[in-house]
Design a protein around this ligand. Sequence first.
Ligand code: ZN
Ligand code: ZN
Length: 345
Amino acid sequence: MTSHTQTMRAAVLGGYGEPLAVTGVPRPMAGPGQILVRLQACGVCHTDVHIWRGESVPPHAPSPFVMGHEGVGRVEALGEGVSGWAVGDGVGVPWIHDTCCRCDECLDGYESFCQHHRAHGLNVPGAFAEYVVCDARFAVALPETIDPVTTAPLMCAGITAYGAVKRAGLKAGESAIVFGCGGLGLYAVQIASRLGVRVLAVDRDPVKLEIARIYGAAETEIADSGLSSRLAARGEKYHACINFAPTAATWEAMVAGIRPRGRIVAAAMVFQPVPLIQEWLTATGVVITGTSVGTRQEMRELVDMHVRKPLETTVETIKLEEVSNALAVLEKGQSKGRFVIRFAG
Ligand SMILES: [Zn+2]
Ligand SMILES: [Zn+2]
């Protein structure tokens, strides 16, 4: 029997920007409709850096304030009224803990745009801990065969890339430019390529472009000051431009590279304004939109794709005690890939 006195190890945020304290906290219990997950792995996302730094402050901080929203583990216990899950099942802990399930976005199948959603590691305790509680409706079913460490980043980075490719409305035979070949962009290159889309990958770093080629990009372009004029000079334009680069600097190149009626998708969080001439919209019919993570249906499609052939990413495995250091490295932009915590046992 689970008792209130049981504890777990967790990396707790005490003050913004301070190292997380790896300490014993009460082990949570699964309430009605919830499942308790024992973590095997959890990825560290750039959003965690924003939360750690106090740049994304929740209206009500979770208690304990444990970040982490790229968890993979096993079902440890079921709360009252939960069906469809069994103890021992493989389970993913994504960014979305739950949504309101009542607004137009939720009812129309666009739940990732629900303005009342709650996120793991921001609004409710996250997965930088040995255990976390999920809403059974939003937990991600994972088959036995997956590797927890390399699957963890799919729970945010992977689904964000998948959601962006879907948001771009890309179909087999179409073409897309993926701007920014960090973890998310490289997932998008693989996902779009597997869907039969011809991908042009863009990044400042030639090493990342080489990886993009290996992952399926048909062409690459270095993101230098001449990029926009090179794209403008091309006869052929692209059906979609997806931006994963956290900068407004790619805007001009997206305008230069997009076809009439093409789709520009903002996936990176860029806070600086970009110049937009409305007459260009009237003349071209280009659609400009944005995306954030993805829906449960998209997550299911992504997991199916991953099970058929694992989506690749460069992973650096760390211990829970090393998560503060990983956040600092991410903040400086010095990571070589995705940091993933591997839990002992
Ligand atoms: Zn994330
Ligand atoms: Zn909603």
